[in-house]
Design a protein around this ligand. Structure first.
Ligand SMILES: NC(=O)c1ccc[n+]([C@@H]2O[C@H](COP(=O)([O-])OP(=O)(O)OC[C@H]3O[C@@H](n4cnc5c(N)ncnc54)[C@H](O)[C@@H]3O)[C@@H](O)[C@H]2O)c1
Length: 277
């Protein structure tokens, strides 16, 4: 089978920082040409400079994944520059914390706009192109462990990420006959600036009265809501590369996930015990 990265074209949304920037670097190290998209132009150019410094051919396209027309323009720009697209990572995302009963319509809309609609727009723009090209390829949608297990404090985020897991499992089946791989990335806690970025990138129209415009210091991100060890972005990127190489549907990152997932499966399975059925 042809190498999924060498001289192929990889698009990464949320490619300006965190997991997206690390995936870009890992793909470039395997010989891919890159199209990086992010809502934040400064972070986008920093990430591009890093991979260019390592010798990669990189196109940057400032993109708000919540806007279908912008994601379509991203796909057009990628094909105009490189002639084709092979790996697509719908990775841009934000995280808000709090109890569901306190979540405002703006919290829901902001979260679903980026985490859910961002992935939908990526699938709509790129999947038909990958099929038409007939060159195989791979789509990676970034969900979270919060897309596999419901968590207190992360209800709105969980809803958005469960949706991503569901649509990605379906897409995996749909694109298989076309020779296109599909994976869903479900990490637990990864050391990134997601909390701070989620506050900073929030559109004014979707802020709640009194919301901070920035967070004082980068913190131990996501910690407190999700329990478990914190890993670096390079480890996540390594696992994504391996999943594309092997065509794995699920990309899991933390050994602690096993216990949570097993307990969920056992709880479902117990419902078939004769006394409950
Ligand atoms: N950090 C974690 O612990 C963790 C755990 C599980 C899943 N994730 C998921 O991983 C993905 C990447 O997050 P990260 O931790 O690297 O955070 P990050 O903030 O470093 O990266 C997210 C990037 O997406 C960009 N972005 C935000 N809104 C956008 C929009 N509307 N359009 C385009 N770009 C936008 C941001 O500017 C940022 O560069 C997200 O989908 C997140 O939900 C993160």
């Amino acid at each position: 089978m042809a190498d999924p990265f060498q001289d192929r074209v990889a698009v990464v949304t949320g490619g300006g920082s965190g997991i997206g920037a690390a995936m870009a670097a890992a793909f470039a190290a395997r010989g891919a040409r890159l199209v990086l998209a992010d809502i934040d132009p400064a972070t986008l150019e920093r990430s591009a400079a890093t991979v260019r410094g390592a010798g990669a051919d990189v196109l940057t396209v400032r993109t708000d994944v919540g806007e279908a027309a912008q994601v379509e323009a991203l796909a057009e720009a990628a094909v105009a520059r490189f002639g084709a697209v092979h790996v697509v990572c719908n990775n841009a995302g934000i995280a808000l914390f709090g109890h569901l009963v306190d979540a405002t319509p703006a919290d829901w809309e902001y979260t679903m706009r980026v985490n859910f609609w961002g992935v939908v727009h990526g699938v709509q723009a790129f999947a038909p192109r990958l099929i038409a090209q007939g060159q195989g390829g791979h789509i990676v949608n970034t969900a979270s462990m919060a897309g596999l297990v419901g968590m207190e404090w992360l209800g709105v985020y969980c809803a958005s990420k469960f949706a991503v897991v569901g649509l990605t499992e379906s897409l995996h089946r749909e694109l298989k006959p076309h020779g296109i791989g599909v994976s869903v990335l479900c990490p637990m806690i990864v050391q990134t600036d997601i909390n701070r970025n989620s506050v900073r990138n929030r559109p004014a129209a979707l802020r709640n009265p009194g919301d901070p415009l920035d967070l004082p210091e980068p913190e131990a991100e996501v910690a407190g809501a999700m329990q478990g060890g914190v890993i670096g972005v390079e480890e996540v990127a390594r696992r994504v590369v391996r999943a594309i190489d092997r065509n794995d549907l699920y990309v899991l990152t933390h050994s602690e996930q096993r216990g949570f997932l097993r307990r969920r499966a056992e709880r479902l399975d117990r419902m078939f015990d004769p006394e409950r059925w």
